[in-house]
Design a binder for this molecule. Structure first.
Ligand code: PBG
Length: 327
């Protein structure tokens, strides 16, 4: 009688065996919670396209940060939604700009337990919604934007941000920010480069979250979804410019890029499970079409398996709570 040469099912025979041979692990400290804070709010406001996610008031943000710290989450990434916008995004580097005020508050509250991080981009603060300033022809002016990013970096570092998330996709942004930080003595401020950030549809719900003013698209600065090699090249360039961590974003549709970047660089690689990825699972689960907890866990594990050392996810707090129960 013939029998199979190999029986891989042996290692799947019981929960105990499967647990022992599991290759990829997810723990709360590998999760970073993105959080929105809106100027002028007394109470948090729900974001309809992201059920369970809110625009925070300063008070509710402080509480969310404390909850995240208690759940063992690794960090919190702050996004500001200002009350007033202008062409150059003045609110971004103003000391009393909402993001900088919130950063100060959160750093004071949980700065020892969580890595307090800030989104460094102009899009929330400009009245045209682009990630940079515009030239006379209405195009995003790369080098003029770098000066704004440098000012923003210093404002965020002064406010107590420990890690700057450079999400604007301007050429030379890492070098420009690094130079500005060094010149002012901020030698410990960590620079996270959103190295491979793709232009696409998965940021849709985020636009509501930050009340985005954008009318066109970001295809002259964010990457073409068709290009994997270009994403790797961006990551390598950012490391050469002084990035401490690089990011791939979105996560699930770009796992090949994530794996390739992981192979190409020797710094930590993070992935951002973006608003559209969140909304898809929440919407399907709300219809009863998908097992919510199973799908969230599988998506996060897949992102880790592809090579992400940490994941930015709107489920950070909830997932951390589940993971602690499983330990
Ligand atoms: C730009 C920025 C965006 C996101 C994070 N930083 C929006 C964009 O590039 O259009 C998207 C995050 C998400 O969709 O969850 N500041």
């Amino acid at each position: 009688m013939s029998f199979p040469d190999h029986r891989p099912r042996r290692l799947r025979r019981s929960t105990a065996v499967r647990r022992l041979v599991r290759e990829t692990h997810l723990v709360p400290r590998q999760l970073v919670l993105p959080a929105f804070v809106r100027e002028g709010l007394d109470e948090p406001v729900p974001i309809s396209s992201m059920p369970g996610v809110v625009q925070h008031s300063l008070d509710s943000l402080r509480r969310a940060a404390t909850d995240a710290a208690e759940a063992g989450v690794g960090g919190i990434m702050l996004f500001g939604v200002p009350a007033v916008r202008d062409a150059v995004g003045s609110g971004a580097d103003a000391e009393d700009g909402i993001l900088n005020v919130a950063t100060r508050a959160v750093a004071q509250e949980v700065g020892d337990e969580l890595v307090v991080q800030t989104d460094l981009c102009l899009d929330e603060f400009t009245d045209h919604g682009h990630c940079g300033v515009l030239d006379a022809a209405g195009r995003v002016d790369n080098d003029a934007t770098l000066e704004r990013y440098a000012a923003m970096a210093l404002a965020q570092a002064r406010a107590g941000s420990q890690l700057l998330g450079l999400s604007g996709m301007m050429d030379g942004q890492v070098a420009a920010v690094r130079r500005a930080l060094e010149a002012e003595g901020f030698t410990d401020t960590i620079v996270l480069a959103y190295a491979a950030k793709y232009a696409g549809a998965f940021y849709g719900p985020f636009r509501e979250a930050v009340d985005s003013q954008l009318t066109g698209d970001r295809r002259t600065y964010q990457l073409d979804p068709a290009n994997a090699r270009e994403g790797v090249r961006e990551a390598v360039t950012d490391v050469a410019e002084g990035a401490d961590v690089v990011m791939v974003k979105p996560a699930l549709p770009y796992l090949d890029v994530l794996a390739a970047v992981r192979d190409a660089v020797d710094v930590p690689v993070w992935a951002y499970q973006v608003s559209g990825e969140y909304a898809m699972i929440e919407a399907a689960a709300a219809h009863g079409w998908i097992d919510r907890r199973g799908a969230i866990g599988e998506a996060l594990l897949g992102i880790r398996r592809a090579g992400a050392d940490a994941v930015l996810t709107y489920w950070a707090l909830e997932a951390a709570t589940w993971l602690r129960q499983e330990l």
